[in-house]
Structure formats: C-alpha cells, structure tokens
Design a protein around this ligand. Structure first.
Ligand code: 13P
Ligand code: SF4
Length: 300
C-alpha cells in the first residue's frame, strides 16, 4: 500500500487530524488537513473535534496545541524538531528579567517553551502581534517582549512605543540579507517584496510588506500584483505557488531553510500514527498557567 494511503487509513482509524506549518516540506503540506501559520494552527488545535493531533511543525507548536487541547493526544513526528529561537530564553531567565522590571507586563512570542509561556501575561504570533499590543495592553503599560528582538523592534516601530526586549532571533531569518533583496529586485523589477517580521531591520526596511506567513498567503491571493520576492523560510513557496498558479514567486534567499522544519517526512508522519509517537506532554500546572496567556491571544 502507498505511504499516503496508509496515512489516510490510520488518520481515520485513530480519528486524527494532521496540522502542518507553512514551512513543512511539500509532501507533508499536501497530506495535511490544515496548513497555516502559528496563529491559524493554534486556532485549529483549540477547536478540533479529533482525538489525536499530529503536529507537523516544531516542538513549541505541538506544546501549544497540547496546552490548548489538554484532553487530546498530541504527537510530533520527530521529537528533535525544536526551534532554536524558542530555546534562547528559559523560564528562569524570564523570571530574572521580571524581577528587574517588577511593574512590567510580559508579552511572549508563541515561539517559546511551555515553561516560558507559564511566566508570561499574553502571547502573540507574528500575525497578530501589533493588534495584541494595541488591544491587550494599556498605553502606559511597561512591556517585556520576548524572545525575538527583531519582531519586537518591528512592532515597536509600528505602534510607536518602546519594549524591554530579549536578544533572541531566528537563525533562519537572519540569513536573509539586504543585498539578497537588492539582487532580486534587479532580476524581477515588477515584483513586490514581502518579508517576515523575524527578519532584521536592514531587511524589513527594504521590503514592500512585512507580514506573517499567513499574511503573505492572503496578500498574494488578494492583490493584482503577479510577481513576488519572498523573504521567509522557503517552505512557504510551495503553498504560494500551489494556491496562485498564475503568479510567480521567487525566494529572496535559498539559504532561508529551517533545518528543524525539514525534519518531518511522510514516513515519520506514518510512524507517528502507527506507533502513536512521539507524544507531547506538558505538566498540568504549566498547562493551567500557560493557557491563560494563549487564551487572551485567541480572544483578541
Ligand atoms: P508564522 O507562522 O507565525 O508566520 O511564524 C513563522 C515562524 O518562524 C514559525 O516558526
Ligand atoms: Fe524557529 Fe526560525 Fe525555524 Fe521558525 S524558522 S522554527 S523561528 S528557527
């Protein structure tokens, strides 16, 4: 039997849903029940009627699914699929920062461990960070924004307020360089440049649009523009091309490949369903503390 057929049979038998991030390899995106950004995946995880969630992404995303749906079995096909940015701040480091700024509220990017989420007040993704800052905080609140310094700087410019930020970054997005954009603009002068807010300010300054992965999908669909230069992890090009076959998409840089996002393969998805591996667990006290920050995000 074909790999995909076996996955489909087991998905039904286990009453499982397969969720995949926009950066997953094309074959994995193609068998998923839902493909999206961190925000869309969190929403799907919080409302799915399935018993089992197979999370094709990185560990913090699967943990987020478990926090939002603690009664479900959450599986990650490769337990080594971590996010180096999420590991750049520990709960202890955040507690120390909070002690240094006792009046500050904490806004955590969803790219954080469950223990760090348990220490924060509100969560955000790259798709809703600006709205969350505007709606979930008072204008005089002091805000710690962790761990991505570049997302924090980006939102700080947009909303016109300062944050206390942590010096984390995404090792994949910092590989996108200003000279890559300049080169591609010469090659494709008609194209619009869309980059992710995890890119450095030197890169975001050169872009026409700074948007989350789902923001890129939406804009590509809705605009009349036919050519795009894309500054984010290259996995998204598959979905952009598939959903917009009459438009052209060029990566700013082929170097922007997240090795962790590429660990999930169709074989590992099948093994996950066959062996019910690797189960993602979060201690109940961490779930109850982390849930409120995620729930505030979803309620906005
Ligand atoms: P979004 O899916 O929120 O755009 O985030 C990108 C990312 O790097 C996730 O790891
Ligand atoms: Fe983490 Fe960057 Fe990979 Fe996203 S692309 S999982 S932020 S390392």
């Amino acid at each position: 039997m074909e790999l995909v057929e076996k996955i489909n049979r087991l998905r039904k038998e286990r009453n499982a849903v397969i969720l995949a991030h926009n950066y997953q390899i094309p074959e994995v995106q193609d068998i998923a029940d839902y493909v999206g950004d961190s925000l869309g995946l969190s929403i799907q995880a919080s409302k799915t009627p399935a018993d089992v969630i197979v999370f094709c992404g990185v560990y913090f995303m699967a943990e987020t699914a478990k926090i939002l749906s603690p009664g479900k079995t959450v599986l990650i096909p490769d337990a080594n699929a971590g996010c180096p940015m999420a590991d750049m701040i520990t709960a202890e480091e955040l507690r120390k920062l909070k002690r240094e700024h006792p009046r500050a509220k904490v806004l955590c990017y969803v790219n954080t461990t469950a223990e760090v989420k348990a220490e924060c007040d509100v969560c955000c993704t790259s798709g809703n960070a600006e709205r969350i800052v505007r709606e979930a905080f008072r204008s005089d609140d002091e805000i710690i924004f962790a761990p991505d310094q570049y997302l924090a700087r980006n939102i700080s410019t947009r909303v016109g307020r300062d944050f206390i930020f942590w010096k984390g970054y995404c090792p994949t997005h910092v590989k996108i360089l200003p000279e890559d954009i300049a080169r591609k603009r010469v090659l494709y002068p008609e194209a619009e440049v869309m980059v992710h807010p995890e890119c450095t300010p030197a890169v975001t300054e050169l872009a026409d649009k700074v948007v989350s992965t789902e923001g890129m999908m939406r804009y590509a669909r809705e605009t009349k523009t036919r050519e795009f230069i894309i500054g984010t992890e290259i996995g998204i090009l598959h979905r952009l091309k598939k959903e917009n076959p009459d438009k052209s998409f060029y990566p700013v840089s082929e170097r922007a490949a997240c090795p962790n996002m590429k660990l999930t393969t169709l074989e590992k998805v099948l093994w996950a369903l066959e062996e019910m591996q690797y189960e993602v667990t979060v201690p109940p006290d961490i779930i109850s503390k982390a849930k409120s920050s995620l729930q505030i995000m979803l309620d906005h």
